[in-house]
Design a protein. Structure first.
Length: 364
């Protein structure tokens, strides 16, 4: 299912098991596409954005003069690398065909991975659930699409999108914290989440917290107490009825559920411990909180700011705000990669073709 929103705005490495015949079925011949493109009048740039993570494939089409966004998420049982790559390539084909039905011809593609995607090399250097180590992700996509492809890191891309289009706009130095199963953090300086530096992406959730030391007798990783995924598990273990999300636990706490109140308060205190440590070390002027916590109410953010301020009294606490782009951040960041890689555009001014927020993703 597709959701589209329009707004006026200013020799590669083969895939395993691939054959010439199978490749020809996936996409039209390159010469035919080039001829068709040459026959069209000059048109604004259109890019394909793709975000890949275990059990998760999301894609978007983004145009220069319109926010033309098509998003699709597939969540299913774990599959092998070959099947996952085939699903990703099929998704790019769908996106390209959708763009062409709208009269647009994509000129580039950006893809972000759940781990460091190898930057300019496009080689997956990590050994995650799909064993991507050494996988030529960029080469596969370039061969399939016959387009230039930029590969990046999903957290860094999300931070870049928030810097240009979301809650980080106007800030020279901020920390982007998209809490989910884990609690990573990305440092954005002068409006940029440097694509060539691994040192701007950290694992905030591995910092220790003593929030539950009286109960456990030891420090714990912050993410074991405060990450949204851990929070729901802890609530169920405390006797609560299974909750679909951290926000469900929050609502139950507001309704007087004692187990939910205790678990939620412990999570907030542990999260404040981690943020305070980051603030004292890095001194950002703003903290942008993403993931489930971005949907929390204003009262939560007021409490979080006070808790961080109490721990950083030696210096002024930064502004702490919810992220604005949600699940779209990584896709918008992937689209931005395709523009900045060749031009070195200053992200503080914001690229002209992405000054509106696209439609929220649809699910299947």
């Amino acid at each position: 299912m597709y959701e589209v929103v329009r707004k006026n705005l200013g020799e590669p490495a083969p895939r395993r098991g691939d054959t010439t015949e199978s490749r020809s079925r996936r996409r039209p011949p390159a010469a035919s596409r080039r001829l068709a493109s040459a026959s069209r009048p000059t048109e604004p740039a259109t890019v394909i954005a793709l975000a890949l993570a275990p059990g998760h494939i999301a894609g978007a089409v983004v145009c220069e003069d319109e926010a033309l966004t098509v998003t699709h998420r597939t969540v299913g049982p774990s599959v092998g690398i070959d099947e996952f790559v085939d699903l990703a390539l099929d998704r790019t084909t769908e996106l390209r065909l959708h763009a062409e039905r709208l009269g647009r011809s994509p000129t580039a593609a950006g893809v972000v991975l759940a781990e460091d995607g190898g930057g300019a090399t496009g080689i997956g250097p990590f050994a995650g659930e799909y064993h991507w180590r050494g996988a030529p992700v960029r080469a596969w996509l370039e061969e399939h699409l016959d387009l230039p492809v930029t590969v990046g890191h999903d957290m860094r891309a999300g931070a870049q999108a928030e810097a240009c289009l979301g809650a980080g706009r106007g800030s020279r130095a901020f920390l982007y914290v998209p809490a989910g199963d884990r609690i990573p953090a990305v440092l954005v300086l002068d409006g940029q989440a440097p694509a060539k530096s691994r040192f701007c992406v950290g694992d905030l959730g591995r910092l220790p917290t003593w929030t539950r030391a009286a109960e456990t007798g030891r420090a714990e990783p912050v993410e074991d107490v405060a990450a949204p995924a851990a929070l729901t598990r802890r609530y169920t273990a405390a006797g609560g009825k299974a909750a679909p999300s951290a926000l469900s636990v929050h609502r139950r706490a507001q309704e007087g559920d004692r187990a939910a109140t205790r678990v939620w308060n412990e999570a907030l205190e542990a999260f404040a411990d981690a943020l305070a440590s980051a603030v004292l070390l890095l001194n950002p002027e703003r903290v942008v909180v993403g993931g489930d916590f971005a949907e929390a109410d204003k009262a939560y953010f007021r409490r979080l700011r006070r808790a961080v301020a109490q721990r950083t009294e030696a210096r002024p606490a930064p502004v702490i705000v919810p992220a604005q782009l949600g699940l779209r951040a990584a896709l918008l960041g992937a689209a931005l990669l395709t523009r900045w890689a060749p031009t070195g555009m200053d992200p503080l001014s914001g690229p002209p073709f992405l000054t509106a927020v696209p439609a929220p993703p649809t699910y299947r």
